[in-house]
Design a protein around this ligand. Structure first.
Ligand code: NAX
Length: 331
């Protein structure tokens, strides 16, 4: 089998370190050999270099080749899977607008480089925050890359929602299907269990049994489940003293794996084609499926008033972010 060229940005960072070894072990692409291209900024090169030495020491049978560079054109040359993890974190006293601007300055040029030198079949997932709007900037900078090849990660939010349901219902995560995450990867996201099933039974019904009625179940969803999933990143920081790393890397692998091998249902942020009234071009999380050729929004799901209101609120935030980057002429 020919190796697949996988480019990882931010390879010297925490999530990069957690991702590299699992990619090389075959957790993302099965038994397909991989050629790794690692991109870092000059300050991050030394740390990534250390990871490359360790990769060598693992002697992974599927690892074809590794190259580390600080030049996007080299890193994205022939790239088939791009994992865009490297981003500018929010510094002390930095406003959200400054954060958006700093990251637009990363994802714009990376989009241009991908458009110029990546393989025709490239698939891109943006992990670095603010992920949805970074992906929007990237898409605008790479007009020749088909929109359905550009995604942003909300799989971690999806998996967090499954984890919370699993605990509440006392069932294994593997028994839970059809959870949906709508909107932005931020505190406004809407993790939705309306269509979810656990061991084949509707989750809303199981929650009503567990909490003593449909109203009590809705209260649990609104007051505990939704805020806990949406703010889980902060909870991890408070408890662990550091941000989510292994779970974020795991979600990234599952996102690519399911897109590549196919899935009937998961959540991902994709470029909207107007589905569910989300303005075209915004990068918004939806329930999606893949037949192996890329994620498609699962259409036709009924949205009740509660869901509609929450999705609209998150979309309004995405539009504010888009307007902020548009004001600097990047989209
Ligand atoms: P780290 O700060 O440990 O690593 C980031 C790495 O990116 C650093 O080594 C840095 O040198 C590098 N980098 C910065 N600019 C770069 C550029 N222009 N090109 C290449 N590399 C560059 O952060 P880490 O904990 O690994 O998190 C990475 C990103 O993931 C952050 O933006 C974080 O907010 C985001 N996350 C996104 C999640 C999601 O669900 N979408 C969840 C986890 C995570 O919070």
């Amino acid at each position: 089998m020919d190796p697949l060229t996988v480019t990882l940005t931010g390879a010297g960072g925490q999530i990069g370190y957690a991702l590299l070894f699992r990619i090389a072990a075959g957790d993302m692409l099965g038994d397909r050999p991989v050629r790794l291209r690692l991109l870092e900024i000059p300050q991050g090169l030394r740390s990534a270099e250390g990871a490359v030495l360790e990769l060598q020491d693992c002697a992974f049978p599927l690892l074809d080749d590794v190259e580390l560079t600080d030049d996007p054109r080299v890193a994205f040359d022939g790239c088939q899977v791009a994992l865009l993890v490297g981003a500018r974190p929010r510094g002390p006293g930095m406003e959200r607008a400054d954060l958006l601007a700093a990251n637009a300055g990363i994802f714009g040029p990376q989009g241009e480089a991908l458009g110029a030198v990546a393989a025709d079949d490239v698939r891109i997932v943006v992990v670095g925050n603010p992920a949805n709007t970074n992906a929007l900037v990237l898409a605008a900078s790479a007009p020749d890359i088909p929109r359905d090849r550009i995604t942003a990660l909300t799989r971690l939010d999806h998996d967090r929602a499954v984890g919370q349901l699993s605990e509440a219902l006392g069932m294994r995560a593997g028994e839970i299907d059809r959870v949906a995450v709508w909107g932005n990867h931020s505190a406004t996201q809407f993790p939705d269990v309306t269509y979810a099933t656990a061991a084949g039974r509707p989750v809303p019904e199981l929650l009503a049994e567990r909490f003593g009625g449909a109203d009590a179940a809705t209260r649990w969803l609104d007051d505990e489940f939704v805020p806990r999933v949406a703010k889980r990143g902060q909870e991890i920081i408070d408890v662990r003293g550091s941000s989510s790393v292994a779970s974020a890397a795991n979600a990234t692998l599952q996102h690519v794996r399911d897109e590549h091998f196919g899935t009937e249902w998961t959540s991902a942020a994709v470029v909207s084609r107007g589905e569910y009234g989300v303005p075209e071009g915004l990068v918004c999380s939806f329930p999606v499926s893949s037949d192996g050729s890329g994620y498609r929004v699962i259409e036709g799901l009924p949205l009740d008033e509660r869901a509609r209101e929450r999705l609209d609120r998150s979309v309004a935030e995405l539009m504010t972010e888009r307007d902020a980057v548009a004001a600097w002429g990047v989209v």
